[in-house]
Design a protein around this ligand. Sequence first.
Ligand code: HEM
Length: 465
Amino acid sequence: MHSTPGSTFPLSTAAPPSFKASMAEAAAFPRLVQTVVRNMIEAWPAEVYRESLVEARFLGRKTVFVSDPRLIHELLVTRAAELGREEFLTRSLKPALGEGILTSDGERWKAQRRTAAPVFRHDRVKEFVPAMTGAAAATRARWNARGAEAAPLDLLDEMMRTTFDIIVATMMSDEAGLDVGAFGRAMNAYLDQTRWKMALTLVGAPAWMPHPGYFRAVAAARYLRGTVASAVEQRRLSGRTGTDLLGLMLQARDPEGGAAMSDASLTDNLLTFIAAGHETTAITLAWTLWLLAEHPEVEARVVEEIRAAARTGTGPDLEALAYTRQVIMEVMRLYPPAPLLVRKTVAEISLGATRIPAGRSVHVPVYALHRHARLWSEPGRFDPDRFAPAACAARDRYAYMPFGAGPRICIGMGFAMTECLAILAELLPAFRFGRTGPGRPDARFSVTLRPHGGMRMLVTPRRLH
Ligand code: HEM
């Protein structure tokens, strides 16, 4: 392994390792393969938490890890056009998500991104707040009905249910007949097995190679795609447009040339929004509730801010929740739901003094960046004041990137932040959240960074205190 900030790589283009060579390497490092399946973060070289740029062999593939804000800016912004999607991400997601905004490249990506961007504008997202608050209110009613002495709840499950209800309500608000439960189970079955697909792609295994969850995933992808395609068709046939995401996407036109999205593209992107949007937001909320339970002084300040923001009107003014927003940002620093950004160079590029040949895997280990020894003091400590305006202004923008950066920055960033605020504003003044034992859940990376084994917590209505 090699880890000097300005190191120069050999200029030979990295040909992908042969299947045989990769399998030989994998066989020699079965523990590494297991680690990738269990939690890929544990397989990262320790230097990514201390150095700027690290070259490592990662399951037979030369990989460059970049954890320096200046170099990340150069990579994701200045050199964005010379980067493509990594096969290990696209191969695990394309069977369900097709060639939507997350999984496509080049002109296809550009046209879809241009067309969808206005749908996620701030003023549009604000119109979704009642649907977000409505789903959170349903969660509140469900918890209230349990009484004060109820058994602990898995808050990861609960938040997944809430954010899934929101994405369905905001996306396909009037698709009668959609079986929300079956749809959610299929989406989870699909996403659960993607870590196997990623590990097998890394060792060069062919796409058809079966693995745990393989056949369930094939059936789930067929069900998900069929369901969304028929919702798109029904809506088009009905002649109604509507103001939900499906309606807005149907009306969206490419600002360059005016083309509408095809039905296939609409299906790909609606599935992409569900997959990219609901689990990431649910994980953020689950960790937020956990960290607030660990830090009652922060929790008290958040509840006070929410109550003050609600005093003047009918519901809390989300724009006024500045401290709550800081808390969410600090939660995503410690537990970024998307802990790794992956790219492949399509041409030779230079990063600082380092030349990287075409075809190389380049990873931005966001989880490590957010805990990097040179960028953060006491990186493991939860401290929302790190995101006070003055502290943010003094820090490099590229030291913190839960939503990525550059042209491929998360399109749903505003949607996700608004959703987190709307849900917390509904739930925090109504309940106290308590831990069920010592120690935090383990954070494990399988596409997203999930609390392993869920997040069991005590949920007690406040009015009973
Ligand atoms: C807390 C919640 C979320 C987090 C942490 C998150 C994080 C990210 C990150 C890091 C990327 C960039 C990936 C890369 O550069 O390779 C991304 C891309 C994307 N996200 Fe999100 N996301 C969240 C919520 C959402 C929501 C709610 C939606 C849609 C409703 C969404 C849709 C997308 C899409 C379509 C892309 C691909 C953008 C492109 O490649 O042009 N995300 N997200």
